[in-house]
Design a protein around this ligand. Structure first.
Ligand code: F6P
Length: 552
């Protein structure tokens, strides 16, 4: 049977292919109310998606696709803790991590239901007690020195979310409860840099790993363990290490005590784990209240996503706009420009949230999709991006939809700088949409006295075609609450898109093959071992690597 998505997606394409169906400026000319009619909000948070070629018919067609894909039921099933991740037989219940204890969110597994919000709240109480003990100095290192630094070891979801949040909430502040360092890459240089200048006596090491088997994290954790033990003795390890994991036996085997172990369930996906004990570093570095406020902000977005009608639902709208760009306009990329230095690592986190979730090529039924799924996401802070890759977004051959993220009030006392930052964000979005015609460029050059030959030579190069889409996401201030809300907005956007594309957004089988092959190649890099049997390129590269190595 043909997937009903086919017809709905074909309709989107048909709408985009109407004469002028990809243009934006005529929609504004025809409708003075367009900005208001294609803007939605939640409290101070605004999503303006009017700078897109979506008109009423396209919006209706996108909502029809949502209907056909069963989005309403998907939302219900997700919040009911049902198995929305069938390939791993798991629920996706990260919302329970930010819900209050009495929220009654349950996760179902094999017919057994557990009160996920109560469980998460109990674990949160343990985390909070730990954080307070560290901050008050009740818990110290082996020499009795207070912990001033936290070195957190983890990768992917066990790194990026906590990193973004910790950076955003401590950025540029002298007085934070603790200083955080992050170690993710197994590259030994990363270890050197992460521990540079750190005093083991005052460093608390967190090992964040859902599985507690990830090669990079476990290798780094052993290196950190040796770093502590060499400086303070083996006995210091239990006082200086804490673990955040679902694999409690793995943690115990590593030698981390149960009092320093904070668990969570496998209904928390790695890329959604910053709200779980994996986010402990956020609370240690920024303070418990901020961590809690971040959860509250995410929970506010959860409730909005769960309860708001689809037409006014921010994650749904953000997802629909993305679907329009991918499936109607064939855009293969998506750019996120946060005009806020504190969010400079947000694109990295969103890359995992979006591309690990929706970088899939088969439907839930296991058959290849005949439609495109997740675009390639990239981004940088604005305004820096304007002086690097934005040229391509304005004048390249491909259309790259952009999300501009901007806060109205900074936490510094340089209003002039903030106005300049904001002016650039608005100007970029406007310039992408309105562009600059050849006629106006020719006229301008002529007024400035250019010769006809100069005008002919240069004018075509200066043309900006415009009609390039963007969303603007804006809110009052970047604080813990709004940060949680923003990240949850993107998480739910991704879930909605996964539902509309009919894929499993919560697994990540694609990363497995590389891991398995790396495990096979690792022993072949040791001097004296026999090479394995790979393709001739891999064989030759390994042989060359071994030849170049200076290792006994
Ligand atoms: O390799 C991908 C991945 O499995 C991510 O999904 C995950 O966030 C990361 O590795 C780290 O996994 P873990 O937390 O189990 O160490």
């Amino acid at each position: 049977m043909t997937d009903p998505r086919h017809a709905a997606l074909a309709r989107l394409r048909q709408l985009a292919n109407r004469p002028g169906g990809r243009r934006i400026t005529p929609l504004f000319a025809a409708d003075p109310e367009r900005a208001a009619r294609f803007t939605a909000g939640l409290d101070d948070l605004t999503l303006d998606f009017s700078k897109s070629s979506i008109d009423d018919a396209a919006r209706d067609a996108l909502l029809d696709l949502a209907d056909i894909a069963g989005l309403d039921d998907f939302r219900r099933r997700m919040f009911a803790g049902e198995m929305v991740n069938p390939t791993e037989h798991r629920a996706a219940m990260h919302m329970a991590l930010r819900a209050p204890a009495g929220a009654g969110l349950s996760a179902q597994l094999a017919g057994v239901s557990e009160d996920a919000s109560a469980l998460a709240s109990a674990e949160r109480a343990c985390m909070r007690a730990f954080v307070e003990a560290v901050h008050t100095g009740q818990k110290t290192g082996a020499t009795g020195a207070r912990f001033t630094h936290v070195l957190t070891i983890g990768i992917g979801g066990s790194d990026l979310g906590p990193l973004v949040a910790t950076e955003a909430l401590t950025f540029g502040r002298d007085h934070t409860p603790m200083q955080a360092r992050f170690l993710s890459n197994v590259d030994g240089h990363a270890f050197l840099q992460a521990t540079q200048g750190l005093d083991p006596a005052s460093t608390l090491v967190l090992v964040a790993s859902k599985t507690f088997t990830t090669l990079e994290t476990i290798t780094n954790a052993h290196a950190a363990r040796a770093w502590i033990a060499d400086a303070l003795g083996e006995g210091a390890v239990s006082r200086h290490f804490a673990a955040l994991s679902t694999n409690l036996s793995g943690v115990a085997a590593f030698g981390i005590t149960p009092e320093h172990t904070f668990g969570f369930r496998d209904w928390v996906g790695g890329r959604y784990s910053l709200w779980s004990p994996v986010g402990l570093v956020i609370a240690l570095a920024a303070g418990w209240d901020k961590f809690q406020a971040m959860l509250d902000g995410a929970w506010a977005m959860d409730r909005h996503f769960r309860d708001a009608p689809l037409r006014q639902n921010l994650p749904v709208l953000l997802a629909l706009v993305g679907i329009w760009h991918v499936n109607a306009l064939d855009c293969a990329t998506h750019c996120v420009l946060a005009y806020d230095e504190r969010l400079r690592r947000l694109p990295a986190h969103l890359q995992q949230v979006e591309m690990e979730s929706n970088g899939k090529r088969v439907t839930l039924a296991g058959v290849p999709t005949t439609w495109d799924t997740c675009p390639v996401l990239f981004g940088e802070p604005g305004t820096n991006a304007q002086h690097s890759f934005i040229q391509l977004v304005h004048q390249g051959t491909r259309v790259v939809p952009v999300d501009f993220i901007l806060v109205a009030n900074p936490d510094h006392d340089r209003p002039d700088a903030h106005r300049a930052l904001a002016a650039n964000a608005f100007a970029q979005a406007e310039a992408l949409m309105v562009g600059k015609s050849e006629a106006s460029i020719r006229a301008e050059m002529a007024v400035k006295g250019a010769t006809q030959a100069e005008i002919d030579a240069v004018a075509p190069h200066r043309v900006a075609p415009g009609e390039r889409p963007s969303n603007t996401i804006m809110f009052e201030r970047l604080d813990a609450f709004s940060l949680g809300r923003l990240i949850a907005l993107y998480e739910h956007k991704v879930a909605v898109q996964g539902c509309l594309w009919g894929i499993d957004s919560f697994d990540q089988w694609g990363v497995e093959l590389g891991k398995v092959l790396a495990g096979g190649i690792l022993p072949e890099l040791t001097p004296g071992t026999a090479p394995g049997a790979h393709d001739s390129s891999t064989n030759a590269l390994i042989a060359r690597f071994r030849g170049l190595r200076r290792e006994s």
